[in-house]
Design a protein around this ligand. Sequence first.
Ligand code: FEO
Ligand code: CA
Ligand code: CA
Ligand code: CA
Length: 662
Amino acid sequence: SISNAVANALLDFNPVPKNLNDVVTIPEGYSIDVLYRLGDPINNFTSEYKNDGTDTDFNNRAGDHHDGMFYFGMNDEGTAKDLNNSNRGLLCMNHENITEIFLHTEKEWDNYDRTSRTAAQIDKEVSAHGVSVIEIKKGKNGFNLNKNSVFNKRITAQTPIDINGPLQNHDLVKTKYSKDGSQTRGTLNNCASGLTPWGTYLTCEENWAGYFKRSNSTLLSDKKAASTQNRYMGSKESDGSYGWANSKTNNDLYDRWNIIPNAKQANEDYRNAANTFGWVVEIDPFNPTMTPRKRTALGRMGHEGAMPGNVKEGEPLVYYMGDDSKGEYVYKYVSRLKWNEKDRNGGLDIGNKYLDDGKLFVAKFNEDGSGEWLELSMSNEDIKSYKKYSFDDLGDLLVNTRHAADAVGATPMDRPEWAGVHPNTGDIYVTLTNNSKRGNSMQLDASNPRYYSDTKNSSSRDGNVNGQIMRIQELENNPSASTFNWDIYLFGAQADANGNINISKLTDDNDFSSPDGLYFSQASKGLMWLQTDDSAYTDVSNCMMLAALPGKHNDGGSKQITNKNVPTNNNQDETITTKVGAEASTKNLKRFLVGPKECEITGIAETPDGKTIFVNIQHPGEKTKDLKNASLYGSNWPDKGTARPRSATVVITKNDNGIVGS
Ligand code: FEO
Ligand code: CA
Ligand code: CA
Ligand code: CA
């Protein structure tokens, strides 16, 4: 059959060697182009990006730190959705964060002070966050941005967004901006993403918690609010990541980042502003005038992404989600309504049906390879009897999703990042990127089984240094099952590490560390892309992307791992038995790409025919401390010479017009 022919041809490329070059390295037989860089104008009335810190107007330019993305096909005329079209479409992508130094001039950077910011600098940084929707069109030279498209737009950390689901009009999201709790401004720290069968984009808010100015939580008279702050932001006072509340100009635009109560009523100040972040947000790229919606039924956390299970008529829609912080959890959302194929052509109102009303579950991984999805609802006895936080109603529970997950006894994981669902087997794969606390202050367990301390002894080489990929098989492959089986599909490691660390037997052709992005190609079913965000192995190679063909659940059987001198075990050795996937080989795992210096590889999208992929190169040169000497920039990619580095989207095709990854 055709699908077998495709399957046999996958991974038929020469693996890319690890390297520290300031370029994107891809296999021979492939071509690469840069499509969309930080600051690139998205229309014809915005100037070209000078890239010297003087540029403004990021509402009309690419934001920074390109991350999760999806391609949504449109018709050849460019007027409407046609999800099967591989020649013209809308690319939706996240701009997670900023590399501050490269957004400002040398003089501004010399005087950079988080306790006293100019309004213009804050406005620039706020607008460099968020989401891009851009139309791209294939011509003789491949894909290019269509600057004339009416669909091009930026959604930023300042754009009005509706609050939908159980938190709509809830007391906990009422602010001076939206006294009835129906809206907020902005989406923030958009990391990975997701999509719906009706062709809308889901963007996920991850490290929003750092952005708010706050007092020490012990100073709050509202003890529940203090408990929420402690669980999501820590107890300490802060000016917020970039000092956006500390503008020299007194204006509501900046006050909104200050959550310290300063008025009588909650809807007269911004004490609840942080409660309006930490959600999954739905955007309809084909309806540019529609206000995006925060889908609060999917819980509030450091949302990495929201990846759908395989969609089936008559079954609920299911989303798998990681909360990326040390010792946080893996979640599943199951819609109340069952999927109806007639809804394929809808927009945000279809989202109201499936994403505003459903059940939220959190994962418990048992030592024997079984697991349970524990429901987070007001009728759960563990929620009702929880001593550390008393939940008033479902809205309160969802704002405090982490407290609720604590209450039911979920398993603390090694930083859950992306999830992906195998299109053939239905198995769910979740990257657990690393966790410096594992074995140090968090006990080892079967689902987080590794600890080591490197003699080189930088702080990033202690704990679970290299990360692993969890695989979940729902009971009877039913996505709404309440129990599952799990194994660890693959362990990150350096090729030369010993067998208790390099458990998957990685070699120079496929070794990696800190898995993060994970995506199953829908075109060539069974091909999985794996992207890294590493700090442990970056003396040997820049971050990378690998292609994988995962096998069956637990195809590696049982494994004993002996961890040396584990601090949580009184510095004694600790042996953990766990279920694992088959060992790696170049038949099932190969390095496909290595990025430029000091970047992270994150975000991948494909055209429906699988012949074009889009990959995001995030924060090249991020460690740069000084603007004076361009030869000391951590990277000059992609513009070369003495240019400041820029996050950017690249387009990769195979020269023989084949499927990418074959
Ligand atoms: Fe934004 Fe967890 O990566
Ligand atoms: Ca990530
Ligand atoms: Ca990461
Ligand atoms: Ca990142």
